[in-house]
Design a binder for this molecule. Structure first.
Ligand code: F6P
Length: 322
């Protein structure tokens, strides 16, 4: 293998640039030339490829977003789109791929390998932390810290006005950001899609007259089955019409910003090991960190198996938040 390519696909996450840098620089040290594919699989179809020499990834480790840009490509889901993408890679002499993204990106790489035999390794890049085969995904730590900063700020004003705040954090189908930011932020209740009936328990706890505080912060994962923050707040107002309940939706603020040290180090380790894996003949796998050791997980498992929130942290949160 002499030439590989790297792409970022799906929702961006802070630390993707650090991962691109690691792929390029680790590739150089192993005698590989690395190319970048712009806008994920869409750029592969549109032949938007370029060589990434070592110096091209200088001064990017500290930035959120992705210098390769990202997209969700509908065309790559079609056989015609993938055929065109394969032709472009073949002409450019690309023999291996590193795909940085979430389960959609892994699915694309898996299908592509099955159809055209281009070896690929996935690096988990999503703020949601919902990928099986790694304890943490690139961008999760930064997103949690961003959410935490916002929670602390809302807490000041909630305290001043004796208000109840429902703060919605991201996590399409997952409550990892909600659990970690809610626990670190000292919230009174956390709503996650992985657990049920939080509303009942939280409402009961709020009604407990022995509570010391006159204000409350609740964290709601956007994918919670009991509703998004506005819906949960409406239900709450029905039970407590006198409470001054407000809603703050953090949204895409959580997707940007300087990656934390943890995310930069995680991204660097994963990017370098993705390249190492390719050179060792690995393919159709995602690289991850499990108990602080590098592990490779077949794409089929990384996509198909569900990663639950950390049960011990959840139990702890139910004790500390009430
Ligand atoms: O997967 C990351 C994520 O930020 C989710 O938390 C969120 O539901 C989704 O992407 C939003 O996607 P988009 O930016 O395409 O609206």
């Amino acid at each position: 293998m002499k030439r590989i390519a790297v792409l970022t696909s799906g929702g961006d996450s802070p630390g993707m640039n650090a991962c691109i840098r690691a792929v390029v620089r680790a590739g150089c040290s192993m005698g590989l030339e690395t190319w970048g594919i712009m806008r994920g699989y869409q750029g592969m179809i549109e032949n938007d490829l370029k060589p990434l020499p070592a110096e091209s990834v200088g001064n990017i480790i500290q930035y959120g977003g992705t210098i390769l840009k990202s997209a969700r490509s509908a065309a790559f889901r079609t056989p015609e789109g993938r055929k065109q993408a394969y032709e472009n890679l073949r002409k450019a002499g690309i023999e291996g791929l590193v795909c940085i993204g979430g389960d959609g990106s892994y699915t694309g790489a898996k299908v592509f390998f099955e159809e055209y035999g281009i070896p690929s390794i996935g690096c988990p890049g999503t703020i949601d932390n919902d990928l099986y085969g790694t304890d943490y995904t690139i961008g999760f730590d930064t997103a949690v810290n961003t959410a935490l900063d916002a929670i602390d700020r809302v807490r000041d004003t909630a305290d001043s006005h004796n208000r109840v705040f429902f703060i919605e954090v991201m996590g399409r189908d997952s409550g990892h950001i909600a659990l970690h930011s809610g626990l670190a932020g000292g919230s009174e209740g956390i709503f996650v899609p992985e657990r049920h009936n939080e509303f009942q328990q939280i409402v009961e706890a709020y009604g407990n007259k022995n509570r010391q505080k006159a204000f409350s912060i609740f964290i709601v994962a956007e994918g919670d089955e009991e509703g998004k923050a506005y819906e949960v707040a409406d239900e709450f107002r029905k039970v407590y019409p006198d409470a001054d309940a407000r809603v703050t939706v953090l949204g895409h603020v959580q997707r940007g910003g300087k990656p934390t040290a943890n995310d930069r180090i995680l991204a660097s380790r994963l990017g370098a090991h993705a390249v190492k894996g390719l050179l060792e003949g690995r393919s159709n796998e995602a690289v991850g960190v499990v108990n602080n050791a590098i592990e490779y997980t077949p794409f089929a498992d990384a996509i198909g198996k569900h990663k639950d929130i950390n049960e011990k942290l959840w139990e702890l949160s139910t004790i500390l938040t009430r």
